[in-house]
Design a binder for this molecule. Structure first.
Ligand code: IMP
Length: 456
């Protein structure tokens, strides 16, 4: 049996918390894509853990696996593992030998490329972690895989080819003097070799053939959870390209990115994680946006923050909507149903987890973007091009608000204890997506989650 956790929106839906809620029965938690661009928050016994690479299950002693679809910055991994150990935990994280390594030159290139795009107002607003450049090298067949770190001759060969190429790109294409960089060693072959070899030595005891490792564990009766990072609308294929991350957070990615067959994922539960409103980090369209963020919202310079800025600020503050990795303020909007219909179809959700319902408490009215109007036609789902999506206007529906409530008491008493107006809102979402609600997040802790369905 497997459970796959997928972000239904633009990331930051509260996936870490849901992994925690349902993770007790799991023996292994597998990340199948992305890298340290993720920011998963788990609250355990009153302590908050912010993880970007280590699978969330590690907080509760589960074996973590970083699958072949991930891009791994060993430095971040070592830092996170030692921070967890300092807090008294004993994390066990295995790393796929087929996963690609984020090298220091990938981060340098991420920064320079974004800087160049910013000059023409085209930046994606990446997390700057080197994610895109690492996946580019993977697709370009010049990447360094975790397994290569363990074989010095192979590593040396690969670096001798790739590092001079990167140096030439930095100097000749972007016109940047390497010596002026914060980390000029990132473009020095010998320095990179020493650096990567040291990573290899430290990682040696924890690398695995991930697909085989998971298959063997399943044969032994172990339960596996796949933990998606980011979200469907920033999936490189199904998201709003080019304002996307460079991997597949969607459910299909769980098979490709971990080495199990699609049938293994498909016979299990696929849980879509939805935040009760919408947030976005970085650039790109957002038809239900309430108030813009400078540098991220397209057209902010001309239009300013928008008429609903106060409401956006209220929700941002109540929901703590600041990037876990970058600290950036998130753009805030109403729930976008055409987006969620697209997401439900792409992923085949068998259940929904709807988070942050407490954040909306206290508002007189809660709205959703029920459909779009594009070129005079009503649309119930997202168009396939970002240019068209940017021209969509949201047709909103209004729901009566609900008063603040005692989250822990509601979680103990169950779904019927959720205020009636909030239930009407949840029932609408579930009905539109033809998918049952499995749990409702009414606060940050696991004990503030109303669970209506067991997933295993
Ligand atoms: P990258 O993944 O750093 O290349 O960033 C590409 C886009 O994905 C940017 O718009 C980021 O803000 C967004 N992004 C990446 N990771 C996350 C995440 O964990 N949550 C929300 N947005 C993300």
């Amino acid at each position: 049996m497997t459970v796959t956790i997928v972000g239904a929106q633009l990331g930051d839906e509260g996936k870490g918390g849901i992994v925690d809620v349902y993770g007790d029965a799991a023996d292994i938690v597998v990340r199948y894509q992305g890298g340290d661009n993720a920011g998963h928050t788990v609250v355990h016994e009153g302590d908050e853990y912010k993880l970007s690479l280590v699978p969330s299950g590690a907080v509760r002693g589960k074996i973590g696996v970083l699958g072949n679809g991930c891009v791994v910055n060993p430095e971040t991994l070592f830092d996170e593992l030692s921070a967890l150990r300092e807090r008294g935990l004993d994390p066990d994280v295995r790393v796929a030998r087929r996963a690609h390594v984020i090298m220091p030159y990938h981060r340098v290139l991420d920064g320079i490329e974004e800087e160049m795009k910013r000059e023409s107002d085209d930046e994606i607003g990446t997390t700057g972690r080197g994610i895109g450049p690492t996946y580019e090298d993977k697709a370009g067949r010049r990447g360094i895989r975790v397994g290569d770190l363990l074989t010095p001759d192979v590593l040396r060969d690969r670096l001798e080819r790739v590092v001079p190429e990167k140096r030439a790109v930095v100097e000749d294409v972007f016109g940047v003097d390497v010596e002026t960089l914060d980390d000029p060693d990132a473009l020095d072959t010998d320095a990179m070799y020493e650096h990567a070899r040291a990573y290899g030595e430290r990682l040696a005891g924890q690398t695995v053939n991930a697909g085989q490792f998971i298959a063997d564990a399943r044969d032994d009766g172990k339960q596996v959870m796949f933990e998606g990072a980011q979200g469907t609308i920033i999936d490189i294929d199904h998201g709003n390209y080019p304002y996307v991350t460079s991997s597949n957070p969607t459910a299909g990615g769980a098979a490709v990115g971990s080495g199990v067959s699609p049938g293994v994922v498909g016979e299990g539960t696929t849980l879509g994680i939805v935040k009760g409103y919408l947030t976005r980090v970085g650039s790109g369209p957002m038809p239900t946006e309430l108030g813009g963020v400078e540098g991220d919202t397209p057209g902010y310079d001309e239009q300013g923050s928008g008429e609903n800025e106060e409401l956006a600020t209220y929700i941002r503050e109540e929901g703590g909507e600041y990037g876990t990795v970058t600290g950036r303020p998130r753009r805030v909007g109403w729930l976008d149903m055409p987006m969620l219909r697209h997401s439900a179809r792409v992923n085949g959700f068998t259940g929904l987890a709807i988070n942050h319902v407490d954040v909306l408490a206290g508002l007189d009215e809660v709205r959703v973007g029920h459909s779009y109007t594009l070129d005079g036609d009503e649309r119930l789902t997202m168009p396939a091009t970002t240019e068209q999506w940017g021209r969509c206007e949201a047709n909103v529906r209004s729901f009566d608000g609900w008063a603040p409530f005692d989250s822990a008491a509601v979680a103990r008493e169950g779904y019927e204890a959720i205020p009636a107006n909030a239930r009407a809102y949840l029932d609408y979402v579930s009905g539109e997506l033809e998918t049952p609600v499995y749990c409702v997040g009414v606060g940050p802790g696991r004990e503030e989650t109303v669970v209506t369905e067991a997933v295993w």
